[in-house]
Design a protein around this ligand. Structure first.
Ligand code: SF4
Ligand code: SF4
Length: 467
């Protein structure tokens, strides 16, 4: 029984509601047991001064009920993240399973996911995940020295060994998990080391790479550069210049400013990172290792579109729910400007279908600068996520993605193998055949180069100058 009267699903279904809605729920808000330096989500605590940061029973029930009602499709994903969701304790998630049983429609497919730093995972958690078929996202940034550079606990100590222990535990219990690796100043120059570590040492076959881009204004930059953890709170002098909410320890991170922190990946570095990993993957691991960015890009070449929202034409179907029922346009836009309402007062479906949210999603397409509109890889890139569109195009127009240079080189670089894979799939064949095709192509290139090298120098020079 819910303690309060909750909003009911709008009837008829709003015409512009998407058939499927994804929500990332944050049952502990921004609260985490770690202090990762680049995690500006820690600053979101400032949105709710004095809050206990624990999702109450009535909110949990309202959320599960409304999320299920919102889906037109016979499938729903219940996704938890943070902060650190495991701080809610297992009982909270056991209750989630009960609520899903109560509200799921007959025959509905229910997928459970959780994103965690892994430090709390023990046998009981892993047994629970296995029993309920959870997909676990484990945050890990590579080998120890790279992971521990920024992913530290409240004492400032590295957390790599605990996360690796969590991976081993998940493997012991045969739980499906993937690695979520952020790419930043500490690991971006070591793409192969990072990728091979996950593939060969951690032995995972599902990897997501996320670029760290921490925006800042001139005033915020020194504070942001020191990191978002409790060890690096602003000084009294800094707080006089940047006022923070009462009882809050640090300023709220917002998507303002066109500067980035020292930890942020540089655009070209992001492109180089992706290209190096792709080259290794496309020659050895297609069909064996799943790299989310590559799989998503293949959708663009195949014609079904990217699976990643950042590379789709529009977005707005993936929202964020705070611990108290507040709903925001997206997990990356948890700030007052993008607040949609609270599920205790408005039904999730009403807010998803609202003009405000539809505009949010369509703006991704409608605000692209001319430079993007004319870009040869726009079909795969679509300008990236709006949160990173804070630089100017070469001709001075606002709204270009900070990562543009990296995206452009990456999407250009992968064109040929992607075309091959898309063609294979369209013929009903397997994408992994691309590895043999590339090997044969490269062997033939080498033999052609060798035969050119055998010819008289004069002829080779002439040939070169003819081009
Ligand atoms: S704002 Fe960015 S992260 Fe959010 S849904 Fe749109 S593309 Fe995805
Ligand atoms: S590569 Fe750059 S120019 Fe091209 S669509 Fe992406 S962000 Fe725009």
């Amino acid at each position: 029984m819910t303690a309060i009267e909750l909003p009911t699903i709008p009837e008829p279904r709003p015409a512009n509601a998407p058939p499927y809605t994804h929500v990332m729920a944050k049952p502990t808000g921004a609260i985490c047991n770690l202090d990762c330096e680049y995690c500006f989500f820690l600053s979101k605590e400032a949105l709710y001064p004095g809050s206990p940061f624990r999702m109450a029973d009535d909110i949990q029930e309202a959320y599960i009920k409304q999320l299920i009602e919102t889906q037109q499709a016979p499938q729903v994903t219940i996704a938890w993240q943070g902060g650190e969701p495991t701080l809610m304790g297992l009982e909270f998630f056991e209750r989630t399973i009960e609520l899903v049983k109560k509200y799921a429609r007959p025959g509905m497919q229910v997928d459970h996911t959780i994103q965690t730093n892994g430090t709390k995972l023990d046998s009981a958690w892993c047994q629970f995940f296995k029993r309920n078929n959870f997909l676990v996202g484990l945050s890990m940034d590579g080998p120890p020295q790279m992971h521990d550079m920024y992913r530290v606990d409240k004492s400032g100590d590295g957390t790599h060994d605990k996360v690796l222990a969590a991976a081993r535990k998940l493997q012991q219990y045969n739980v499906d998990f993937n690695i979520l690796c952020t790419v930043h100043a500490g690991n971006a120059d070591h793409p192969l080391e990072v990728y091979r570590y996950f593939r060969d040492e951690v032995k995972t076959d599902f990897i997501q790479f996320i670029p760290i881009v921490e925006r800042a204004t001139q005033e915020m930059l020194p504070i942001a550069n020191r990191g978002w953890g409790d060890q690096n709170l602003p000084t009294e002098t800094e707080l006089q210049e940047i006022p923070v909410a009462k009882s809050s320890k640090r300023p709220l991170y917002t998507l303002d400013g066109s500067l980035v922190t020292e930890r942020s990946v540089r655009p070209e570095q992001w492109g180089q990172f992706l290209m190096a990993v792709y080259d290794e993957w496309v020659r050895h691991d297609v069909g064996k290792v799943f790299v989310q960015m590559f799989d998503s890009a293949l959708g663009s070449w195949y014609g079904t579109g990217a699976s990643l929202c950042i590379h789709r034409e529009t977005c707005g179907d993936a929202l964020a729910l705070e611990h108290n029922g507040d709903l925001y346009s997206c997990d990356h836009f948890v700030e007052p400007k993008y607040f949609l309402g609270n599920i205790k007062e408005d039904h999730l479906l009403d807010m998803v279908a609202s003009d405000q949210q539809r505009k949010f999603g369509n703006d991704k397409r409608d605000t692209l600068p001319k430079y993007c509109l004319e870009c040869p890889v726009r079909f795969a890139c679509h300008g990236g996520c709006p949160r990173n569109r804070f630089i100017q195009t070469p001709d001075g127009e606002d709204g270009l993605n900070y990562l543009c240079a990296g995206y452009k080189s990456f999407f250009t670089h992968i064109d040929h193998p992607m075309q091959l894979m898309a063609a294979l799939l369209k013929q009903g064949r397997y994408a992994d055949e691309v590895m043999g095709i590339l090997e044969r192509e490269e062997a033939s290139d080498v033999s052609q180069e060798a035969s050119v090298a055998d010819k008289p120098k004069k002829k080779r020079r002439r040939r070169r100058s003819n081009k």
